[in-house]
Structure formats: C-alpha cells, structure tokens
Design a protein around this ligand. Structure first.
Ligand SMILES: [Zn+2]
Length: 230
C-alpha cells in the first residue's frame, strides 16, 4: 500500500477502536413492577429503551465531568443495570453497578416524568462510576454531593433544591454540597474531576487544600460570604 492508503486504513482502524470503546458498556434495564400503577406509568412515560439511552448519555456525561476520556481511567464496569421495582417509598438506590428505581416514586411524580426520572438516573449513575465508595459510610456527603453536582451540571435540578449559597454546612450532602462543589469548581475548572480521582484512596478534608490551597472551612466561609451580599 502507498503511504496515503496506509494512513487512511490507520484512521479507519482508529475510528473502529473508538467506537468499540464507547460501546463497551452494556446497559440492561427491566421493570419488575409492571403490574403496579407506578410501574405502568414508567412503561408509558419513560420506557425501557429510553432508559438505556439516558443511562448511556449519563455515563458519557459523567466521564466528561470526571475527565476520564479513556476506559482505563474509569471504574472497571462492563454492565450497568436498572431495575424498576417496588422499594416502598424510596426514590432510588445503587449497589455496585445496579440501579434500583422505585415504582411508587415514579407513580407519584407531579412534574414531567422524563425530566424527573432522568435527573434521578444521572444521580444514580454517578454512584456506579465514582471512585471511593469504600468510604461512603463515613463520609456519605461528598459522594452524594458529587452525584447531585453532576445532576446540576446536566441541568436536571428539581424544584425543591436550595439555591446557590444555600444551606448551613458543606457536609450536608446532596444539593447543598453540590452547590458548594460548583463554587469550588468555579475557582478551578476540573476541581470535581480532581476530587473524584483523589477519592480513589478514600476521602480526606485535606483534598480541598491540595487542590485549591484553602481548607474546606475557609472555602465554605468564602462561599457563604459571596452569596450573602446579594
Ligand atoms: Zn445518591
């Protein structure tokens, strides 16, 4: 082959490899609550195929937020599963690579089902991909904060969240911590990606100092001061 042809073939191989990498994760979804009102609403207003698409989009989005362009950077996950089931009044939870979504919760959504459920799935998908969950029981707030930070960046903020600057302490978790992490990321783009990478070894307050040069207490005070002026 001429050099140009070799280059063309090499480019094609590169494209094929990239496609393989992107599709290396399988998304499996099922609904074991199809006989319930909530399960039926899920099938009608969201559906299994749409779930796969949302989980795939969410994973790509999370890898971008975490600055994990290649598979080698990520948690080694081949399959992400979603089961819609009767879990009482709980909204959702994730164990390992398995997301569990509450049928009763879906049945009770008063807003747009696609928007609300997508937001929950983005949050739960973060728990599949984030590092450091061995430390979850001791420092749940940082992991829930990062999960809601991704939901915030994906523009799936539900109506009940605090506004930016809201909340009493950085380690409240969820929306309060997500807003605070968004502030930290505004000080240094990629803060959350760096934090997630460090969490691989478990959580430490010192990560805030290492990444931003200030203690988490100082950052929180700066953050509250910024929003108390308006
Ligand atoms: Zn969570």
């Amino acid at each position: 082959m001429k050099l140009q042809q070799v280059a063309a073939v090499a480019a094609l191989v590169a494209v094929a490899l990239a496609a393989t990498t992107a599709s290396a994760v399988t998304f499996e979804v099922s609904n074991t609550a199809s006989s319930t009102a909530g399960g039926q609403r899920f099938d009608q207003a969201f559906g299994l195929d749409y779930s796969k698409q949302v989980l795939s989009d969410a994973s790509t989005f999370i890898w971008a937020i975490f600055n994990q362009p290649s598979e080698a950077d990520r948690r080694p996950v081949d399959t992400v599963t979603l089961v819609v089931e009767d879990i009482g009044e709980r909204i959702a939870f994730t164990i390992g690579n398995g997301i569990h979504l509450g049928a009763q919760y879906v049945g009770g959504i008063s807003g747009d089902v696609k928007t609300e459920v997508s937001g929950v799935l983005y949050h739960e998908a973060v728990h599949v991909w984030q590092w450091g969950l061995q430390d979850y029981d001791v420092h749940p707030w940082i992991f829930e904060g990062i999960a809601d930070y991704v939901r915030l960046k994906a523009d799936y903020v539900p109506g009940h969240w605090v506004a930016a600057g809201g909340g009493d302490k950085w380690d409240k978790g969820y929306d309060v911590t997500a807003r605070f992490l968004d502030y930290c990321d505004s000080l240094k783009a990629g803060f959350v990606a760096e934090m997630n990478g460090k969490l691989r070894d478990g959580y430490s307050d010192d990560y805030f100092v290492q990444i931003l040069g200030k203690s988490v207490e100082q950052l929180w005070n700066d953050y509250k001061a910024k929003y108390s002026q308006g």
